[in-house]
Design a protein around this ligand. Structure first.
Ligand code: SF4
Ligand code: SF4
Length: 510
């Protein structure tokens, strides 16, 4: 549609959600059709995701096969049915952002575009590329010169140049990192059409284009799942550190060896995922919390990860020498594990800054859980940690996980708590039950609070700063008050950190 709206002709077609609908569209078109799986991948023809049919009955059959396929572990749900073109000749046109050159580039191939990099190597005289001056834009004569260099002359040159200029305008308008027409075709009737197209909008520009209906401003290889969306909503307005979550598999069963993966930092996470996979496990999701995230962010990440049904273990491992304060990761994990009644073994490598304290918090404050949680440091390689996870999962298979009736959550205030003292934080609330505090022999919440924003007033904790300052981020949501109070105070502190949509999601899938 974006191409059509901007003057680039495309084949006539309609989207279909069932084989019956495909058959009906093919009958209406009354001619051979091409059926394209609407899947987030490239090289669809080579992958069998584009099929051709001569009759409506054949279209029905082909559609059934396509609806049965999955791409990147996600089912094909929509097919595009188009009139089959009689193609005389194929070309490729693309606009890409060249990060090294810090400029957009236009690429044109008169030899088609399937495997454009190889084509460029094999037929250098048939592929042209040039930098585009963003102020001047791509002019018709630029496009013609580029196309001429690939051996195209005459009226074809002008029509193809017109498409390239329009493609550039689309890319510019929607702030695309890539916009490719592949193939750009001439039909036997002499029509110039964009037979297929792929546009990737820059993540940081998505918010300026609500008309595109992009739900998650990140490059995904599948339509975002409900959990992907919940995670993105939890992350998008919190700029303290990063949190990235993507589901890689769905619909697996218990015992199939799927692991919930929680990394920290790109390289270390890759190495850690390899270590788990080498032991025969599969990765259910990729999660990354890095860049010194607050404990609240790690907590939300862990809760979302744990919402995946049927994982067999939890593996947290990233860069072995992270500069982020690992105590925050430890507290976030502890709170999530306790609240969610962790039901699978967890191995967490917390190497790096404050690793001794972090591993101490993680292991001490989960020691009473009926599943094993082990913590490791920078000198414990990812391979060793994966080996430990394997051993714990094997051991866990023969064990029953039973939580006490009243739970082991950290600091959930009693249901009959009188109106607690509370203040807002950047993304939640801190609550103190002053009735419990009045009987507390060890008001550890005040000394545990890293930014020292609490004080005791008549023996009860209150803010030492204004509520507005706490809400703007002076309360770092470190969770220390809650956890220290639970284990050493009188269980009167609770940090409430909502994850919109998560409870509803869990009710739906369980
Ligand atoms: S440690 Fe807990 S119970 Fe004790 S004063 Fe602080 S919040 Fe209240
Ligand atoms: S009040 Fe202090 S200890 Fe509690 S979450 Fe906020 S910063 Fe952390």
């Amino acid at each position: 549609m974006l191409l059509k709206e901007n003057g680039i002709p495309i084949p006539e077609g309609k989207a279909a959600h069932s084989p019956e609908e495909v058959q009906q569209i093919a009958a209406e078109m009354n001619q051979p059709v091409v059926i394209k799986a609407q899947a987030w991948t490239t090289s669809r023809l080579a992958k069998g995701l584009i099929q051709f049919a001569e009759t409506p009955a054949e279209a029905f059959q082909k559609a059934r096969e396509l609806f049965g396929k999955s791409v990147n572990n996600f089912p094909v749900e929509v097919l595009l049915v188009e009139k089959r073109l009689k193609i005389e000749r194929e070309f490729y046109g693309g606009v890409i952002i060249n990060d090294a050159a810090k400029a957009p580039e236009i690429i044109f191939s008169s030899k088609g575009g399937s495997g454009i990099e190889e084509i460029a190597l094999k037929y250098p005289d048939r592929v042209g590329r040039m930098k585009i001056d963003v102020v001047e834009g791509l002019k018709d004569y630029h496009a013609r010169n580029l196309i001429r260099r690939t051996g195209i002359h005459g009226s074809e040159q002008g029509k193809l140049a017109d498409m390239l200029v329009k493609l550039w305008k689309v890319a510019r308008k929607y702030e695309a990192r890539t916009a490719e027409i592949n193939p750009m075709v001439i039909t036997s009737e002499g029509q110039f059409l964009a037979a297929d197209c792929r546009i990737t909008v820059d993540d940081y520009a998505v918010f300026r284009h609500p008309e595109l209906g992009i739900e998650i401003a990140r490059e995904f290889d599948h339509p975002p799942t409900p959990l992907d969306k919940i995670a993105y909503a939890a992350e998008k307005n919190d700029f303290r550190g990063t949190f990235y979550f993507i589901q890689l598999e769905q619909g697996f069963k218990k015992g199939e060896g799927f692991i919930g993966f929680h990394g920290a930092g790109g390289g270390g996470s890759m190495m850690s995922m390899d270590a788990v996979q080498k032991r025969g496990f599969k990765i259910a999701n990729f999660t990354d919390t890095s860049g010194n995230p607050p404990a609240s962010k790690v907590y939300r990440a862990a809760k979302i990860l744990l919402s995946q049904k049927n994982i067999d273990g939890y593996f947290g491992s990233g860069s072995g020498v992270a500069s982020q304060e690992q105590v925050n990761s430890a507290r976030g994990l502890v709170k999530a594990f306790r609240e969610d009644k962790l039901g699978v073994p967890a191995v967490i490598r917390l190497g790096g800054n404050m690793e001794d304290e972090a591993v101490d918090i993680l292991t001490r404050y989960t020691a009473d859980l009926p599943v094993k949680v082990e913590g490791y440091k920078k000198d414990d390689p990812a391979d060793f940690c994966a080996e430990r996870l394997e051993a714990l999962i094997a051991e866990h298979k023969t064990q029953q996980v039973r939580y006490p009736e009243n739970g082991l959550t950290a600091g959930h205030l009693p249901a009959d708590a009188k109106k607690p003292y509370e203040f807002k934080t950047l993304t939640g609330r801190v609550l103190f039950d002053h009735a419990l505090c009045a009987e507390c022999k060890n008001p550890v919440c005040v000394s545990a609070c890293g930014p020292q924003i609490l004080k005791l007033e008549s023996g009860k904790p209150v803010l030492a700063i204004s509520e507005a300052e706490a809400a703007k981020g002076k309360c770092t949501e470190c969770l220390a008050c809650e956890l220290e109070c639970y284990f050493h105070g009188n269980k009167g502190a609770y940090v409430e950190l909502p994850v919109p949509g998560l409870e509803e999601y869990r009710t739906r899938v369980n």
